[in-house]
Design a protein around this ligand. Structure first.
Ligand SMILES: [Zn+2]
Length: 388
């Protein structure tokens, strides 16, 4: 590929409160909060699948004065749009734009694992470019053939998305390497293939992406490795890759997929509320996440976007199990929606605080030191506000 890829158009005006994911992630990589320079931090990107999870992610960021990245998988869009992904995109983008007008934080909407290989995938990416502020062009795996995509094909497909998205101000996230674990709905590759540093320079210069998901040992899904065995990420490789990327353009930043940790409190709470003979208890005991110190290592290596999903889903389910166990006679949808949304909000708050995503746009509205993640507490109690 001879011609230069188009640079990201940073002059694009999105609706009030909306920005490209790259603009807030670059601040995180550079440790910028307001006019202050701090340590590197990361913005957890949450895979939202319901309107209540959108509400929870935005309200958690709003409490902390942090940024929000709402990520949509193809299957989530299908769910939102009653099987029509384009309609799903229309619904969520207009919903979020209305919410964004009422906040003082910055919000990005991102297509997660958009593929530009299949006809259906291309249609979703093309629609997302019109409606969201950021897209992932995941062409690293040929899902039909069940193998890694040839480098030149990954580059060509990703470049097509950059050609379309960058002039419109949408950031593009590429993927290089093959990630193990469930990727959205249909992939299950057993072995993770690390990103090859020798391919990185070519990929970055020829695609022009400013966001890259390299593979350094992370895994999708709730069972990252064997129960009782800790996940070990290749942090040295991450630093090696960052050096190469920084030399090309120091505005390039990395994204961690499959970076969910596990909240032991959530597992304990669920096990306490499930009958010990329940068939799902062993599965809850077997969940394996990535320890936070591993993720911290990645943040230091320029991973500004941390994709997390599993622990949020677990927290939602845990709260629901607890609420039903406590009183299943409350025949009011709002009661269970409130309990599960407040739990999600706690889960989002916890991860934002861990990742340092607070005080970016204004001082946190809550006392971070008083935040206590505890599903037996309601949201007010968990953020240290006395309930009247
Ligand atoms: Zn992913």
């Amino acid at each position: 590929m001879s011609s230069k890829p188009p640079v990201l158009n940073t002059n694009r005006k999105f609706p009030d409160g909306m920005v490209s994911a790259h603009s807030i992630l670059l601040k995180a990589k550079n440790g910028e909060k307001g006019n202050v320079k701090t340590n590197r931090y990361a913005i957890p990107a949450y895979n939202v699948t319901t309107f209540q999870s959108i509400n929870a992610a935005i309200s958690a960021a709003e409490m902390l004065g942090g940024s929000a990245i709402l990520a949509f998988s193809n299957s989530a869009l299908k769910f939102f749009g009653n099987n029509d992904q384009t309609f799903g995109l229309e619904l969520v983008s207009s919903y979020i734009e209305k919410l964004a007008k009422r906040t003082k934080i910055k919000i990005a909407t991102h297509l997660d694992h958009g593929d530009y290989i299949s006809e259906g995938g291309r249609k979703v990416v093309q629609a997302a470019v019109q409606m969201l502020t950021s897209v992932m062009a995941d062409n690293s795996t040929d899902h039909k053939a069940g193998k890694a995509m040839e480098l030149k094909d990954n580059i060509a497909l990703t470049r097509e998305v950059v050609n379309m998205a960058h002039p419109l101000g949408l950031s593009v996230e590429g993927e290089l390497g093959v990630l193990a674990g469930e990727e959205d709905e249909d992939t299950k590759s057993e072995h993770s293939t690390y990103t090859n540093p020798d391919e990185l320079e070519q990929f970055l210069t020829e695609t022009g992406v400013l966001m890259l998901a390299p593979t350094i040992g992370t895994m999708h899904g709730p069972n990252k490795g064997k129960p009782g065995q800790k996940v070990k990420l290749n942090i040295d490789l991450a630093h090696e890759l960052l050096k190469i990327a920084d030399k090309i353009n120091n505005e390039i930043l990395f994204v961690a997929h499959g970076a969910s940790t596990l909240y032991p409190e959530v597992v304990d709470y669920t096990l306490k509320n499930l009958p010990s003979t329940h068939s799902s208890t062993q599965k809850w005991k077997d969940f394996v996440g990535t320890d936070w110190d591993q993720i911290e290592g990645l943040i230091g290596a320029g991973f500004a976007k941390i994709n997390t999903d599993t622990e949020n889903r677990q927290t939602f389910v845990a709260a629901l199990v607890g609420a039903l166990n406590k009183d299943a006679s409350k025949i009011d949808i709002r009661h269970y929606e409130k309990v599960s949304t407040e739990a999600l909000t706690q889960s989002y708050l916890k991860k934002y605080i861990l990742a340092g995503n607070y005080g970016v746009h204004f001082e946190p509205k809550i006392d971070i030191s008083k935040f206590k993640f505890d599903l037996s507490l309601d949201l007010n109690a968990s953020i240290g506000v006395a309930t009247k």
